[in-house]
Design a protein around this ligand. Structure first.
Ligand code: AMP
Length: 505
């Protein structure tokens, strides 16, 4: 594989050409359905062209554009305007605490932000109101002419164990490679398909959910932000006869109680990603989606959306480890190896850390120090350590066994428990605190904060924590124990502590 993935070998971005062709071919087709309102490709193009124009006038030289994201057409038009201009978008969630937003602005060195009218974020840099930009009557979407390959398409910020979010830049080359690898999975999709988009735009699974339909001329159906997410997901799947849906497995845990009433005959592809998918629940799901191919796909943000895949109902038994469905094999253009504690490739049949290399892999974090910790050279190529423990089965499928560290998934969001602990320690001054992920009876994970010592009032602490971390990272319960159980090495025994806490719940 050596050398052939050099970005400079790819002067054109196929995915951008595909989108450009869609705008020309299907102006009257629906591009998006948001809160029951449809937007055609032609009206979408008018908004994109207007925002592009505005970006060029206001910030012609500026490469990175922040976007305060919400469930509206202006947000999607802003993203497309940035991508079709060959610039880099940085999505920012409006509900993030001000301090987190400030850290992102600083790390990404943002000078301009696009947002919807009426929002007042008290930001230190100018905010362009995207609703006040009049649509272009004659939408002529500009395509970048220079080679884009090494430029970044987006930068996402994930939970960082040091208390500061980690910036993951994904280049146009990475994204184009993802689209090519996705097409190579062989799904039979067309402009007639209806795609579910259930993800926050700060989460990279959202990129597949809007980008692939825009490459095809198909329609994207988003999920309302208010109310319960899983009921909204089901409502959209059923009401709009969605044909392809990428979801996080925790949606199934919520919907399981209603499986006997759920029938979605229109769903043709049901993809799961982001966290462990359990074999028992997916077998029950098959009854709800009798005409769907069900796939388990896997990948970290660092390797662009997803990069391993397993087709579950292709016949035969479903390979699993401890009930977790295999994550399959690398997609086209990606390579995966298993390494031991010394980063030496191990016998694949042994458990070890999964490491990735290939076209979809980021060149490194915004912060080079973080890059040094997570990447290493093997056979002259740069590999990324996923932190996931796997082994290969006899058919070459990677079996997911768990994590090497304290990274967990809460509703599909990647959370470093040490980031929560960092803030808890700082706010309370109590050194001995553990953030524990606890799985409820229905399989849904929550974070609890556990302190060592005398019980004290935690109301103020929780309020302060909300100013530091996104809502999904805030512990739902706080416990105090007289002393933490320790393992043979004198370290806090998290499993024993989990047992103690579960017995108190
Ligand atoms: P993120 O960067 O938010 O996409 O999170 C990546 C992490 O999510 C991976 O390193 C895994 O720990 C986990 N993950 C993603 N997909 C799967 C899957 N299909 N099965 C098990 N874990 C997964």
């Amino acid at each position: 594989m050596s050398g052939i993935f050099a970005p400079s070998l790819l002067p054109e971005m196929n995915f951008l050409n595909k989108i450009q062709a869609v705008f020309e071919k299907y102006p009257g087709r629906n591009a998006m359905c948001i809160k029951d309102t449809y937007y055609t490709y032609s009206s979408f193009a008018s908004k994109i062209a207007a925002i592009q124009h505005d970006i060029e006038e206001d910030s012609g030289n500026e490469q990175r554009i922040g976007i305060i994201v919400s469930d509206d057409v202006e947000t999607y038009a802003s993203i497309l305007a940035v991508l079709l201009s060959g610039k880099t978008y940085i999505p920012i969630h409006p509900n993030y605490p001000a301090e987190r937003i400030a850290q992102i602005i600083e790390q990404a060195q943002l000078k301009i932000i696009l947002a919807k009218a009426g929002e007042n974020f008290h930001l230190s840099i100018p905010v362009t109101d995207t609703t006040s930009i009049p649509p272009e009557n004659n939408p002529d979407i500009t395509m970048p002419v220079a080679s884009l390959a090494e430029r970044n398409a987006y930068i996402l910020f994930t939970s960082g164990s040091t208390g500061i979010p980690k910036g993951v830049p994904i280049s146009y080359f990475n994204l184009d490679s993802f689209v090519a690898a996705f097409y190579a999975l062989g799904y039979e999709l067309s402009e007639n398909d209806r795609f579910l988009q259930m993800f926050d735009l700060t989460f990279d699974l959202s990129v597949m959910s809007y980008l692939i339909p825009f490459c095809l001329g198909a329609c994207v159906y988003t999920i309302p932000e208010s109310g319960m997410k899983y009921t909204n997901v089901y409502h959209v799947l059923e009401t709009y006869n969605i044909t392809i849906a990428l979801m996080v497995p925790s949606i199934l845990s919520y919907l399981r109680a209603y499986f006997s009433e759920i029938r979605l005959p229109h769903l043709r592809y049901s993809l799961f990603c982001g966290e462990a998918l359990y074999k028992d629940i997916v077998k029950e799901w098959m009854e709800c989606v009798p005409n769907a191919a069900i796939d388990n796909v896997y990948g970290p943000t660092e390797a662009t959306i997803f990069c391993l895949a397993y087709k579950i109902n292709n016949g035969g038994d479903i390979p699993d480890y401890n009930g977790i469905v295999t994550v399959g094999k690398p997609m086209r253009g990606m390579d995966a190896i298993v390494v031991d504690d010394n980063l030496n490739p191990s016998d694949d049949k042994e458990k070890g850390e999964l490491c990735l290399y290939g076209k979809q892999l980021t060149a490194g974090y915004l912060d080079p120090e973080r890059t040094k910790e997570a990447f290493f050279e093997h056979n002259g190529e740069k590999y990324y350590r996923t932190g996931d423990i796997v082994f290969k089965d006899a058919h070459g499928n990677f079996m997911y066994c768990g994590r090497v560290d304290h990274q967990v998934k809460i509703q599909g969001f990647r959370v470093e428990l040490s980031e929560i602990e960092f803030h808890l320690r700082k706010i309370t001054g109590i050194a001995n605190v553990v953030a524990l992920d606890i799985s409820a009876a229905n399989g849904i994970s929550q974070v609890y904060a556990v302190f060592e010592g005398e019980k004290s009032d935690t109301g103020m602490m929780m309020e302060e924590l909300k100013t530091k971390l996104p809502v999904y990272m805030i512990p739902s319960q706080v416990y105090f124990v007289p002393s933490f159980p320790l393992n043979a090495n004198g370290k806090i025994d998290r499993n024993a502590l989990r047992k103690i806490i579960t017995s108190l719940v």
